[in-house]
Design a protein around this ligand. Structure first.
Ligand code: GLC
Length: 485
């Protein structure tokens, strides 16, 4: 439905009255996606102009997906956390910044990048076997190296490496074949090898640019014009119906509303595109992006996606073997779904293009649980309860001095029109009690029981007691289904 000029202007004016867009985010010693009051967007974005029905249609697949694969893969997988014989601290994809590697030395890595073990078919197959519904891969990270064919800049995997293939094109073909959505992460603001690209501070790098090599100096506006915006256009044009998502990252103060507006003008040409809250310039995007944590209550009324690593790095680091257990990863997914969010779980392929076995094994194990219990995750709505997720401490404070949230891990819940799913983490013994139920419960069974044998229910005050078998069906989470009218 086309908007009349008057309606469009009215919607922009309404949008421009936006109040502070929520608290400043501080994660990983960086300021990312800081939201602040704006006097209005210089270029109206789709979120300013679409109706609620149009937004719901555009976001539908994302809200039903609940589980996606993040892929951090690039030149940084060659050093893999070590430089000049030394282990470099922190996340692997930041090594050029944290080790202050000169531009020429870092760019020379490209001539050694030949990941011949890369297989789009097996990576997309792994995502599917994990029960993931979409993939977001780093197309260009902060190091400025493009993992795709780019006419805008020759520092890319086709022109600058012996590999000469475009992995994004191969992934797009496989995702199309296997029914998985494909998104691209693009670092629109930081670029440590292009003149004028921004850099967030690490170590003793000096303001105002925090650059460590004169080759990095230049105009940010010009960097956007000659590299970032043309590459965003290439990503939005060259891969058919993909990307379904553009995943921006680490906006800095250089990204003014006017400069961000230039990028939004390009995004507006792709009305089905979903993009996150990290463009900068006061644009809120479609999704909140809590990183390495799960918000206590989610973001009621707002789409969101918690992104996490399986160990402690996004890009591959050979020394990082501190992997979360499959139990933790599955319970994170269930917790996130119970709060109405998506889980974007990361893998970091090696310099040969292979997925570390520790990551692939966990994903396959998560897929086994989802093959039995996925109905209680995909296309569900958040819990009707809430208190089961935990409570704010009356005494302990978090890093910002606010009451610390203490998660409870006995059970979670998700909902559909006529079912309430209860994910039992701790087996309650022979009876599960709900002291109040917001709907009339007509039946109960265990999701893993293919016969759906009805479990005995008895009224208990305003709630119900459900008789359970002696033992849990699944050590990570057994799902109890309550059918409701
Ligand atoms: C942080 C890191 C970046 C990583 C991102 C994933 O922004 O800077 O390296 O890609 O988190 O969310």
């Amino acid at each position: 439905m086309a908007l009349s000029r008057r309606d469009f202007a009215k919607r922009c004016a309404l949008a421009s009255t936006g109040t502070a867009f929520g608290p400043a985010f501080k994660a990983l010693a960086q300021v990312q996606g800081e939201h602040y009051q704006t006097s209005g967007h210089p270029v109206a974005c789709i979120q300013d102009t679409e109706t609620a029905a149009q937004k719901n249609e555009r976001m539908r697949w994302f809200r039903e997906a609940r589980f996606g694969m993040f892929i951090h893969w690039g030149l940084y997988s060659i050093p893999a956390g070590r430089w000049n014989g030394k282990d470099i601290p922190w996340i692997g994809e930041w090594i050029m910044n944290t080790a202050s590697i000169p531009v020429a030395q870092y760019k020379a890595l490209a001539s050694r990048f030949n990941p011949t073990e890369f297989s789009a078919a097996s990576i997309v197959g792994l995502a599917r076997s994990a029960g993931m519904k979409y993939i977001v891969i780093t197309s260009k990270h902060h190091d400025g190296f493009a993992m795709f064919a780019s006419k805008a800049n020759s520092f890319n995997i086709v022109d600058a490496t012996p590999f000469r293939r475009d992995p994004l094109k191969e992934l797009a073909g496989e995702c199309r074949k296997q029914g998985i959505k494909l998104g691209f992460y693009y670092s629109q603001d930081q670029d440590w090898t292009a003149p004028g690209g921004a850099a967030l501070k690490t170590g003793d790098h000096k303001p105002p640019t925090y650059h460590w090599d004169p080759a990095q100096d230049g105009s940010f506006a010009e960097y956007l014009e000659v590299k970032a915006i043309p590459q965003i256009e290439e990503l939005l044009t060259n891969y058919g119906e993909f990307p379904a998502i553009l995943w921006f990252d680490t906006p800095t103060k250089d990204m003014t509303p006017e400069l961000a507006g230039k990028i939004v003008s390009v995004l507006n040409q792709h009305p089905k595109l979903i993009w996150n809250n990290r463009l900068g310039g006061g644009y809120l995007g479609d999704t909140e992006t809590p990183e390495q944590y799960i918000p206590a209550r989610g973001y009621p009324g707002r789409d969101w996606e918690s992104c996490m690593t399986m160990n402690e790095t996004w890009g591959y680091k050979q020394a990082d073997t501190n992997f979360k257990s499959t139990e933790t990863l599955l319970r994170n997914l269930i917790d996130i779904a119970s709060k109405g969010g998506n889980y974007l779980l990361n893998i970091g392929p090696t310099s040969t293009g292979e997925v570390p076995a520790a990551e692939a094994d966990r994903l396959r194990d998560m897929g086994k649980w989802l093959a039995v219990n996925g109905e209680s995750i995909y296309a569900t709505q958040p819990t009707l309860f809430g208190a089961e997720a935990g409570e704010f401490s009356a005494t302990e404070k978090d890093s910002e001095g606010k009451p610390k949230f203490i998660p409870g891990w006995k059970w979670r819940s998700t909902t559909t029109a006529n079912k309430i799913y209860i994910h039992l983490f701790e087996w309650p013994g022979s009876t599960f009690n709900l002291d109040s139920v917001p709907r009339r419960v007509t039946g109960a069974y265990l999701l893993a029981d293919s016969d759906r044998k009805q479990l005995k229910m008895t009224k208990s005050g305003n709630g119900i007691d459900v008789a359970l078998p002696e033992r849990a069906q699944d050590p990570v989470a057994t799902v109890l289904v309550l059918t409701t009218a």
